[in-house]
Write a protein that binds this ligand. Structure first.
Ligand code: SAM
Length: 186
């Protein structure tokens, strides 16, 4: 059975990404999402992956090497600066928010940078492209980040975007959420 929001997100990613697609991992962390995207996009595709922590790049570089993956550009910068690095349209972007597991919990995503990055990502998204956001409410600032994302999304043009919101109904109010945004085909 599917256990958590990341696994549910991966079902959509597996279905939505084809060989040759351009994708972005907005929060690289230990590289698991980057690896998943890179395998889906294949050699003919491309993945850009962002993190503000050098440790994330080190861990991800090692994971990609282990798996013989070469179609990824690792970027040690804030995801709010995506426009500096990504010039083409993208098929998908993945936000797995919060802090790097097993690391300094004070380095955590924040609502201002996430909303700035999300706004640019939606412009870069090709028609039929999508964004997945795994949002964790239980850590400091988590609820504020999630609330800001919901407010931002509620103002989107319904003719251009579709938004799916997934929560575990029987779990705590602060259990993680998955949000999927699709840019509709014309
Ligand atoms: C939950 S982890 C991501 C997990 C990761 N995708 C994986 O597969 O292991 C969140 C990551 O976001 C990074 N992060 C926090 N703020 C950021 C920002 N403004 N721009 C880019 N990355 C950021 C953290 O350093 C942390 O590594």
């Amino acid at each position: 059975m599917i256990k958590n929001v990341v696994e549910i997100a991966n079902v959509f990613i597996k279905e939505g990404i084809k060989k040759g697609d351009v994708c972005v991992d907005m929060t690289m962390g230990n590289g698991n999402d980057t690896l998943f995207l890179a395998k889906r996009a294949g050699k003919e595709g491309k993945v850009y992956s962002f993190d503000i922590q050098k440790e994330a790049l080190k861990n991800t570089r090692a994971l990609l090497k282990e798996n013989n993956i070469e179609n990824v550009t690792l970027i040690n910068d804030n995801h709010k600066n995506i426009r500096k690095y990504v010039k083409k349209n993208i098929k998908a972007a993945v936000f797995n928010l919060g802090y790097l597991p097993g690391s300094d919990k004070s380095v955590v995503t924040n609502r201002k940078d996430v909303i700035g990055a999300l706004s640019d990502v939606l412009e870069l998204l090709e028609m039929g492209g999508f964004v997945t956001i795994c949002s964790y409410l239980a850590h400091d600032g988590g609820i504020e980040e999630y609330t800001a994302i919901k407010m931002f999304l509620s103002a989107l043009d319904r003719d251009k975007y579709d938004v799916i919101h997934i929560a575990h109904f029987l779990r705590k109010d602060t259990s993680p959420r998955l949000i999927i945004i699709e840019k509709k085909e014309k």
